[in-house]
Structure formats: structure tokens, C-alpha cells
Design a protein around this ligand. Sequence first.
Ligand SMILES: C[S@@+](CC[C@H](N)C(=O)[O-])C[C@H]1O[C@@H](n2cnc3c(N)ncnc32)[C@H](O)[C@@H]1O
Length: 226
Amino acid sequence: MAKVNRIWNKKKWTSPKTWFHRKKKVQRWSYQVNDEYAVKARKAWFRARSIYKLLEIQERFDLIRPEYSVMDIGCAPGSFLQAIRNIVREKTIIWVDLKECKPFSYPNVTTLVCSIFDYDELSKKVLEIIWDDQFDVITSDIAPNTTWRFDVDQYASVELNIAICEFSDRFLKKWWNMILKVFKWEDFNDLAMQVRKRFDSMKTYKPLACRDSSHEEYVICLWKKK
Ligand SMILES: C[S@@+](CC[C@H](N)C(=O)[O-])C[C@H]1O[C@@H](n2cnc3c(N)ncnc32)[C@H](O)[C@@H]1O
């Protein structure tokens, strides 16, 4: 039996197909680990490199202020929140994600585990915290689980963002702003239509911290109509 196992293991590790996949995996992994922003984020104890994307957006559009309440959607592991909390010290910050993630121990920050597609459940949980209030800003870095089929992923990304637009109808204050992240491709116009219906102005912005090869862009939704 031991001999059979040895032969099997040998076969497994020398199969060209296996080596190909192993090599691809290692390459992808080292690409993420050695990326300039990832290294910078690790050194600064940020939870993810995406914090630099929000910092660039903030520098350019100045949408988050200390006196604003903020909802961050699709927040795990929480680097956006680290940037937000650095600005907003007292007003309410709620962050929500499908995944449970390591909480922060700030009194003004509440973590919710819920899907943006589950509107009833999410709004019930949010209203328990903010009673009948609304947010000054909604930020989102939401992304679907990638299937490595870009047509599928970009469609899922648009659907997630449309659900956030619907959530903003009830929970974002009139005249206030929202930041969305989308994989911009052939279904992007469906999202653009939903945003223009609700906001006076829409801009797209790709921070330098986004990888060149990535189709992700941020949609800056300005001045909610009603
Ligand atoms: C790129 S990560 C966000 C990174 C985060 N902004 C940060 O700075 O740490 C995208 C997140 O979207 C979340 N997500 C995907 N689908 C979701 C859904 N239906 N509802 C809520 N969150 C979702 C994923 O669980 C994932 O944690």
C-alpha cells in the first residue's frame, strides 16, 4: 500500500498539468503579496491594500467629513473602515458584509453580517441602530466571489451595486453622496442608468492603487435627488 501511495504521489507531482496549475497559483499569490500597495498596507497594519483606493478618492472628492454618519457596504476585512474611522470619530459608522470579520472596538462602529440582497433583514438591523435616521455617505467596495469568467463577474458586480442603489433610496439622505465599486464592462450602463435616476451627477474614477489589469472602477454618485 505504501508503495502504491509513493507511486501515486510521484505521479501527482510530476504531472505537467499539476505543475502548470501550481505555477499559476504561486504566481498569482506572489503578485498579490509583493504588490507595492500590499506591502505598504502590511507595514502600516492596514487590513487590506484597498484602503489606498479610498484615500485617493477622499483626497480628490472629499466626501467624508468628521460630522457625517457613514455606512460601508461589503467591508471585510475592514481597511476602508480604518480610513473612515480616522475621519469620523463620533458619528455612527455601520459596516456590513456577508462574512463575519474581526470587529473593531470603537464605540461608534457597529458590524452587521448580512447580504445587501436581503433588504428586509438589513434594513431591520440598520434601523435598530439608527432608529429612523439616514446616512450622510454610503461607501462600498463590494465585489462578488470571482468565478474567473469576467462576463459573469462583471454582471454580478452590477447586480450588487443596483441592490445598493435600492438600499440608498431609503437610507441615504437627500443631497448626499455615495461611492460604489464596479467591474466596468458591458453591463455597466445598467448601473449608470440606476445611478443617474437617483443622483444629480455621476463620475467614474480609477485610483492609482487599482491594478492596471483590473477592470474595477469607482462610481462617485453626487447629490442624491430625493
Ligand atoms: C474587496 S472586498 C472589500 C474590502 C474592504 N473594502 C476593505 O477595505 O477591507 C469585497 C467584499 O464584498 C463582500 N460581499 C460580496 N457580496 C456581498 C453581499 N451580497 N452582501 C454583502 N457583502 C458582500 C465580500 O464578502 C467581500 O468581503
